[in-house]
Design a protein around this ligand. Structure first.
Ligand code: GLV
Length: 321
């Protein structure tokens, strides 16, 4: 008998075909988000699951799923999974590192350019029929070329963002809990600075750190105050890394000039205060969403699931035990 697995959200058909070679697959192709109660009951008789960041895996769920051996996230971030609880329950947890770095880096630049040049605001104005001709001082923005880019987190995605900055002839500074190797710094042409130096010197602050307790509200009221009033903040990492209420206040009061955001606290019920602001560019958590990359992410998660349940050695195991 094939092991039973659950795919919690819609995936590409060929991924289901691949999984079906190894497993009896139940898939939520209707893509309606599954609440915690339903997830626990659907997983009760399953050995594995392909999950997304909308599925919370914690002790209360794991105690109800005695057969579960592996949960494979279709995402690089895994703050939806309580790793310690998985380890205690002897459930392997995996993620999808590497395959989305370029696409997420590209989208970070989409946000940087759109925010600096006030694209959403200008397009809204045009669509509303308010454009009555060229004006010298219309939608004056921030120059990207030769500006200072400040990167929080020079991991895989932060490095991609830094590489793209070379074409804009920018000065790149970064801060991280661990300083990068001299090779990485050289390749990225990036200079290590303190958190305070980054905030006070950068024209563009962009965040590429994982979300966990140590990075909760990494950027809050005090940090926003240290930024230049002409600067912009970009977040394509995780909601919760930025204190959204403090950011809304800073954007209202002119503490900083703008923000480009792909992620929010309490997604998808983000703070409605953002909707009243003109100086934000907002996206619904789509930084990795190119056709090719979302397929690669789903395939990598599927390969992790197959390896976990056949060899016990998935390539992207987060909790060796
Ligand atoms: C998406 O947000 C991811 O973590 O892959």
């Amino acid at each position: 008998m094939k092991p039973k697995v659950l795919v919690t959200r819609e995936v590409f058909e060929d991924i289901l075909d691949y999984l079906s070679r190894y497993f009896e697959v139940t898939s939520n192709q209707s893509d309606i988000p599954i609440n915690a109660e339903t997830l626990a009951s659907k997983l009760a008789d399953k050995q594995g699951a392909m999950i997304t960041l909308t599925d919370r895996i914690d002790t209360s769920l794991l105690t109800r799923c005695p057969n579960l051996k592996a949960v494979c996230n279709i995402a690089v971030g895994y703050n939806n999974i309580d790793i310690d609880a998985c380890t205690k329950a002897k459930v392997m947890a995996t993620n999808t590192p590497g395959v989305l770095d370029d696409t997420t880096g590209d989208f970070t630049w989409t946000l940087i350019l759109a925010t600096a040049r006030r694209l959403s605001e200008a397009e809204d104005y045009l669509r509303a029929g308010q454009w009555d001709g060229w004006k010298l001082k219309q939608f004056l923005g921030l120059d990207i070329h030769h500006a200072t880019l400040g990167i929080f987190g020079l991991g895989r995605i932060g490095q991609v963002v830094a590489h793209r900055a070379i074409g804009f002839e920018m000065k790149v500074i970064y801060h991280d809990v661990m300083r990068a190797s001299p090779e990485v710094e050289k390749a990225c042409r990036a200079t290590f600075v303190t958190k305070e130096e980054l905030l006070s010197q950068a024209d563009i602050v962009t965040i590429h750190v994982p979300y966990f307790s140590a990075t909760h509200h990494l950027i809050g009221k005090a940090e926003l105050k240290q930024m230049k009033s002409t600067s912009i903040l970009i977040n394509a990492s995780r909601g919760g890394v930025v204190d959204d209420a403090a950011l809304i206040e800073a954007l209202h009061s002119g503490t900083i000039a703008g923000a480009g955001l792909d992620v929010f606290e309490n997604e998808p019920k983000f703070n409605p205060g953002f909707l009243d602001l003109k100086n934000v560019v907002l996206a619904p958590h789509i930084a990795s969403s190119s056709q090719a990359t979302r397929h690669k992410m789903a395939m990598l998660a599927a390969e992790n699931l197959v390896a976990a349940l056949t060899t016990g050695k998935p390539p992207n195991l987060l909790n060796p035990f």
